[in-house]
Design a protein around this ligand. Structure first.
Ligand SMILES: [Zn+2]
Length: 237
């Protein structure tokens, strides 16, 4: 599931102007409204960011790292249940989540002086909002390394390849992070081995859409893509 054309990592020179443009002149209290973002919150952010190496990532390594980072978020939040509660993500100390009806995109992450704001479009299904929140969290985590001027990361963490633009690759990695956070490999594996294989049931269990669960099961190779054609030399049945 893709957060459609989301705007993210918008760096604010002028917080007030940005917030006004977003229709957020009075957002909910920011995590550190009384002052700077807490050291504890910054330490957590730094620990989660440190999981990603400071070099351009290609191929499966970007996905493996995103999965490890999602695992670290769960571990930090001490989530052992299949479904990660939305409130647990909303309570991460370096961000504020706000929901707005009719927001032009499914989600957006933006930095302001006091920390980060993730805006989620309120009038979308709960499962999509959860996925958008997890997706935007990855944008927030990767932001310092995206297209840094000069240096090894001038083209960002996920530079263009012959088959995908940097933006497309970034969106896929953020989706993969969200999938790993909402549908952890170990939980899915256990469910599958214990016979819980119904996609609709699993989607409810993890608080995701059926489409997202289907994609995750294929990605983890529990569900095979149906071949369109029989292999050469075999008759079509
Ligand atoms: Zn995105």
């Amino acid at each position: 599931m893709m957060a459609t054309a989301d705007i993210h990592a918008l760096h604010a020179e002028d917080d007030e102007a940005v917030l006004r443009a977003l229709g957020l002149t009075q957002p909910r209290a920011l995590p550190a409204a009384e002052g700077a973002i807490s050291k504890e919150a910054l330490d957590l952010l730094a620990r989660l960011r440190a999981i990603v190496p400071r070099r351009p990532l290609f191929g499966s390594s970007a996905y493996r790292i995103a999965e490890a980072q999602a695992h670290a978020v769960r571990r930090h939040l001490d989530i052992t249940t299949a479904q990660i509660p939305t409130e647990a993500l909303e309570a991460l100390p370096f961000l504020t989540v706000t929901y707005r009806d009719g927001f032009p995109t499914s989600g957006m992450a933006t930095r302001v002086k006091e920390g980060w704001i993730i805006v989620i479009r309120a009038d979308e299904p709960q499962v999509r909002k959860r996925f958008s929140l997890a997706h935007e969290l990855k944008h927030l985590l990767d932001d310092p390394y995206m297209g840094a001027k000069g240096g090894v990361l001038a083209d960002g963490l996920y530079p263009a390849t012959p088959t995908a633009t940097a933006h497309e690759r970034t969106e896929r990695i953020c989706d993969a992070f969200a999938a790993a956070l909402l549908m952890p490999r170990t939980h899915i594996q256990r469910d599958w081995l214990e016979g819980r294989t119904d996609i609709a049931y699993l989607a409810r269990r993890y608080g995701v859409s059926r489409a997202a669960m289907d994609i995750r099961l294929r990605q983890l190779r529990f569900v095979q893509d149906t071949p369109r054609c029989a292999p050469p030399g075999r008759e079509q049945r």
